[in-house]
Each structure stands twice: as structure tokens, then as C-alpha cells.
Design a protein around this ligand. Structure first.
Ligand code: ARG
Length: 420
């Protein structure tokens, strides 16, 4: 063979595997084209055994027995299927809700939250199956490689990583050809490349095709989860969400575990066209890109949580926490889930959340979820004090002018210095 060996490229990080030392690989396997080609390619190019791991984070429409069967038929020595939905909800989504987690003002971080868990499970299964290397299907242009490799490097310095898509120099056409040659079943055919999709319980993202043209209005076929608002029901729907300590525990007064609750809220929101986000995003690796997100559950639960938090917190807490929320979202987006600052921030979130208990009512209508009612035993609110119709009690209106004079004193002095 005269063509260069694609496993023989300069390695820039200490965790990148030396081909000589790769003998048993844990492959993060989705059953799609990239990772199916990879499953064969690793056996061919490294002469290594491959153990597959497929993680269920609540992505709809997967048949895990079919995925396992495909992996085994392509030569995997084993294929582990892990249902991590409960863990994902309890350890990743609940903290995200407490942190009102949105990156760049709009992205509810579902992929970013899933990656550290997927990579942690990869480490556990690699160790348990005697693997020396973890392989994943991320490209060299995205955030997901950062999240997965930072997790492996942090949790398992003894394990190495290979990311064949970064080095094998195959485009989609070549991958399909490789698949045909190696008896890998290919869904669809050689028609235009599909959208690049990632999804889980908390949302779904689409990238590629016309989405890369910033001037191109969303085409209808990208929306596979959320009804287009113009096609949503003509009647609004009211729902209530009850929170305990910052986490939703009941929908319409019916207690539900977090996974079931998120699924139920997503279904209602999707029906009403709620949660479409057309987002320009600053990736960690320098690129600015556009994503189309569908995140109906997040688009309902996050604003409800934030509303309840505003009600039970003081003006000072309400001024302060969004700064921490933003830092939390940035760390998670950037793949630094295991960074101690994230843990420190969570300690603050947990403390504030001790009082975030109550019920928020929302009205869903043609793409909107609007808060319409609130109640909480911890509300820092006194209807009698706030009312226009009464005076007296703790609040003396005659005290207001003295407050205003002192409160504005420095600003008034400074203004005069600059303007006289
Ligand atoms: N832009 C989002 C993020 O960085 C979504 C990425 C989706 N990943 C994917 N492999 N399609 O988290």
C-alpha cells in the first residue's frame, strides 16, 4: 500500500493513542454511519478488538437491540447498552435547572450536559472490559471532542483516546463507499447529506446543510420534534409546574419523577410549538456557527424555575445569581464539567434552592410559554404592602422621600460635578 497510514499522524496531546499500543478499544457507538464505519476501521487499521458502548439519554426513536445487533455483526466483541436517563436527569439536568442554564442566551446545553456523562460511562466500561483506549466519533471542529476528551483526561489519565474522524480524511462519499465495501448497512443512500443531529431528553440540535447559510430561513423539514407554531392548536393550554428545592416534581398537580416529568412537559410543549431556537453560537474551538434547537421541555421548565426563584429570593440574590448562572453555563458548554468551580457554584445553587418551592402556572399558545400564575410559601411578597390601595404597616410612604434623597445622593453630586 502506497497511501499514508491514517493512524500514523503527529500526536499533539499525551492522551492520544500510539497505534502500537492500541489493542482493545471502547467505542462510543450510536449505530449511525460514522461510528459504524469506525467500528470496522479500527479493527482494520489498528488490528484491535472493539467493545461498543451505547448510552440511552432519552433520545427518541432508538431501537437499542437493533444497535447492539449491528455492532456485533460488524465484529464488536461486545456491545453494552446503558440506560442512563435517571442519572442524566438527577445529576446533570436537575443542577442545570437550578442554574437556569442557558449558554449564549438561548442554548439549554442538552448536548453539553450529556457528554461528560457519556464519557464518564465510557471510562467505567473501558476499565471494566480491559480496554486501553476510548474512541469517539466527534469531528475536529466541534465542542463535543473537547467535552469527551477533557473528561477522559481528567478521570482516567491511564486511558488513551482515538478520534478517527479527525484523522481518516474520509468525506461522506468515501464513508459510504467504505461502508458498501465492508458490508456495513447504510440507511438512505447517496442523496444529499442529512442534517447532523444530536438529541436527548432535554432537546435536539440540527446542524449542516442550509443551516450554515445564515441568511437562509429555517426549512420546515428540520423540525422533527416541535410542531411549527403556525400549525399549533388554536386553543391555548394551561399547565402548572410544582417545584421542590429548585427541581420540578409535579405537572398539573400530578407527582412525577424527573425523567417522566420532562418527557410529559416536552410532549405538551412540542404540540404547542414551544422551544424552537435559531441560535448563533460561539464554539469553544473558535468557530462561530448556527444551530437549530428544539427544546420544548427546557423552554417551559427553565422560565418557570426562574420565575419562582425571583419570587422567593431578595433583590440582592436576584441581582447576583444570574452572574453565577452564566458562569455555570459557560463551564458546562466549554467541557469543564469536572472543574471544581462548577462544584463550588453548585453549592451556591443548592443553598439558594432550599427555598425554591412552589407552583408556577403557564399558558402555552402557538410557540409561546408565558407565566400566568405563581404561588410559594416562601415568596418574599406581601400583597397588602405591594398594593396601591393601602398604606401603613411596615411600609411608610412618608419615609420614601428621605430614602430617595440619600439613595441618589452620590449620583446627584457626581452629575453636578460633571455638568456645572
Ligand atoms: N452546538 C451544540 C453544542 O456544542 C450542539 C452540538 C451538537 N453535536 C453534534 N455532534 N451534532 O453543544
Amino acid at each position: 500500500m502506497s497511501s499514508p497510514d491514517p493512524t500514523d499522524f503527529p500526536r499533539t496531546a499525551s492522551y492520544e493513542a500510539d497505534p502500537e499500543q492500541v489493542s482493545r478499544v471502547l467505542l462510543l457507538y450510536s449505530g449511525g454511519l460514522d461510528t459504524s464505519v469506525m467500528l470496522k476501521w479500527i479493527q482494520d487499521h489498528y488490528g484491535a478488538e472493539v467493545v461498543c458502548l451505547t448510552v440511552n439519554l432519552g433520545q427518541p426513536g432508538e431501537d437499542y437491540e437493533v444497535i447492539r445487533g449491528k455492532a456485533i455483526s460488524l465484529g464488536a466483541v461486545d456491545c453494552h447498552i446503558v440506560d442512563a436517563r435517571e442519572q442524566f436527569a438527577a445529576e446533570y439536568l436537575a443542577p442545570a435547572i437550578r442554574a437556569n442554564a442557558l449558554y449564549g442566551g438561548g442554548y439549554p446545553l442538552f448536548t453539553a450536559l450529556g457528554r461528560p456523562l457519556i464519557a464518564k460511562l465510557a471510562v467505567e466500561h473501558a476499565r471494566a472490559s480491559g480496554c486501553d483506549t476510548i474512541a469517539h466519533g466527534c469531528t475536529g471542529k466541534g465542542n463535543d471532542q473537547v467535552r469527551i476528551e477533557a473528561t477522559v483526561a481528567t478521570l482516567a489519565p491511564e486511558l488513551k483516546v482515538i478520534a478517527p474522524v479527525r484523522s481518516w480524511q474520509m468525506g461522506r462519499e468515501e464513508e459510504i463507499e467504505y461502508a458498501r465495501e465492508h458490508g456495513i448497512p447504510v440507511k438512505g443512500g447517496t442523496e444529499a447529506a442529512p442534517y447532523s443531529i444530536d438529541d436527548n431528553l432535554w432537546g435536539r440540535s440540527s446542524e449542516g446543510r442550509w443551516i450554515e447559510d445564515l441568511d437562509h430561513e429555517p426549512e420546515d423539514d428540520v423540525f422533527q420534534l416541535v410542531t411549527r407554531p403556525e400549525e399549533a392548536p388554536d386553543e391555548p393550554e394551561r399547565i402548572s409546574l410544582t417545584f421542590e428545592r429548585g427541581v420540578p416534581v409535579a405537572l398539573n398537580d400530578r407527582p412525577l419523577g424527573l425523567v417522566d416529568l420532562i418527557e410529559a412537559v416536552a410532549e405538551i410543549g412540542a404540540r404547542h410549538g414551544v422551544g424552537i431556537i435559531d441560535h448563533i453560537e460561539d464554539r469553544i474551538v473558535g468557530l462561530k456557527v448556527r444551530d437549530i434547537y428544539e427544546a420544548p421541555a427546557a423552554a417551559i421548565i427553565l422560565p418557570a424555575h426562574q420565575e419562582l426563584e425571583r419570587l422567593v429570593c431578595t433583590i440582592h440574590q436576584n441581582q447576583f445569581k444570574p452572574q453565577l448562572d452564566r458562569q455555570w453555563a459557560y463551564l458546562v458548554y466549554a467541557g469543564l464539567w469536572w472543574e471544581p468551580l462548577r462544584d463550588d457554584l453548585d453549592a451556591y445553587m443548592d443553598r439558594v434552592s432550599e427555598r425554591v418551592t412552589g407552583t408556577i402556572g403557564l399558558k402555552l399558545y402557538k410557540g409561546q410559554a408565558r407565566v400566568i400564575t405563581r404561588s410559594s410559601p416562601n415568596a418574599v411578597y406581601d400583597a397588602a404592602l405591594a398594593s396601591f390601595s393601602q398604606s401603613g404597616g411596615l411600609f411608610s410612604q412618608t419615609a420614601s422621600p428621605g430614602f430617595i434623597e440619600l439613595f441618589s445622593l452620590q449620583s446627584a453630586m457626581a452629575w453636578r460635578l460633571r455638568n456645572q
